[in-house]
Write a protein that binds this ligand. Sequence first.
Ligand SMILES: Cc1cc2nc3c(=O)[nH]c(=O)nc-3n(C[C@H](O)[C@H](O)[C@H](O)COP(=O)(O)OP(=O)(O)OC[C@H]3O[C@@H](n4cnc5c(N)ncnc54)[C@H](O)[C@@H]3O)c2cc1C
Length: 459
Amino acid sequence: MTGRRWQRAVVIGGGICGLVAARVLADHFEEVVLVERDALPDGAGPRKGVPQARHVHGLLARGGGHLEELFPGLRDELLAAGAPLFDHGEMASTTVWAGRVPRVKVGVLAHAFSRDLLESSLRRRVAALPQVVIRDATPVEGLHWNAAATRVEGVVVHSETTGAEATEVLPADLVIDASGRFSPLPDWLEEAGYPRPRTTVVDAGLAYSTQVLEAPPQSYLGLQQMNSAPDNPRGTFVARVEGERWVVTLFGAGGDHPPKDADGWREFAGSLGNSDLDALLSSATSASGVHHFNRTENRRIEYARMSRWPDRLIALGDSACAFNPVFGQGMTVAVLEAAALGRVLTKHHGELAGVARLFQRRVAGIVRLPWLMSTSEDLVWHHYRQGRTRLPLPLRMSNWYKQRLVSLVVHDPHVFRTFLRVYHMLTPPTAMAAPRILAKALFRSAGPERQPAKNVRRV
Ligand SMILES: Cc1cc2nc3c(=O)[nH]c(=O)nc-3n(C[C@H](O)[C@H](O)[C@H](O)COP(=O)(O)OP(=O)(O)OC[C@H]3O[C@@H](n4cnc5c(N)ncnc54)[C@H](O)[C@@H]3O)c2cc1C
């Protein structure tokens, strides 16, 4: 707690990022208004504005640690709701193109829950903060500017209660855009006379299809089968979540998408040739339809590079940078950004001018490594999808090294442990090029030859 210095902050969007941002802002503002377009359910339940919530959502250990600091007791609350916490190396079944990885304890904890449960737990805790007001069923329609359009002074919301005009201005000292992957912020900036921000898109052409199943206990609590470019486009993520339900997400990159119908979904699952998955499916009954999602491209908006940036406006979470979900980074990056926002506000005693621009650069720094991790594999898909058959040399080299590491993971617990620590953002990716691992990757036999998967369409 720092003593509150400013009057009101408005957060656009009540997803994971908006909720965590509201929690942090409550330490610094007299009032925090979180404005959400959807009518919010009382407990954990689906809603239109976050269609991705139907699919497996793994929280990386780094994000889990920060969330627990911001919301003490959250981990126990999720456990009590039936969300299992387990050692990722020991209790998850992991398959890569080179084979099944032997299960070993790695000291990295994975917590499996539905995203609906996480969001509702965070929402309940945020709503209980005396500074926070949540206004749901209230779409934000635009920003409210000063006359010169150099500073954002609030938001314009669609309001059911204001009669004929049906809009209302919510004044604010600071506005946070946490409205997600499809944020209209680039349009709003352009309308106010700003240049359109440059957007970088790397698209692996990947889609998810997910079912919730009911099944008896298995030998594992989580399961992942990773795809690899360009020969093995298909993969799966499975998590046993609260209520003894299983969320089973099938995915395919390079346009090789899992079907939307139940029969096609089963057939796709069978094509993975994963005996652990087959065991689950053979004893399971479906508890949902098949949900499909294909807007999974990596999308980074270069707000920090704009020649002009309005004061008092910050874009966070997917609104600033959305990742291909297979790397499970989105929620963790959102939490890291919100935590960093708290530190920056603590540092800036009493003066908000200039903080937004400074912080937007901080956001760019936070997303830099996750972006590199996510796009280095996806650039391979991206190139093939654009009809290029020969990859640029740096990409060929990084892909070759990555494949050597993947083949080592199957035989070498040290490499597997390091890989999982990097995956969970507990260790920087450079650890995968530390001398001991580099030597193994360069000089040790790589094991089996790389084989394209059977029954899949090649890109
Ligand atoms: C298929 C899929 C699977 C994923 N799996 C993982 C995973 O395993 N691990 C992980 O960490 N991340 C995962 N992610 C990413 C993760 O969902 C997000 O990164 C994370 O939830 C943070 O998102 P956000 O809060 O910025 O945006 P969102 O969660 O999209 O929330 C945005 C909110 O803003 C609201 N909104 C939008 N426009 C307006 C408006 N005009 N006015 C008011 N409200 C508005 C929306 O209704 C929504 O509630 C996945 C994403 C996808 C697509």
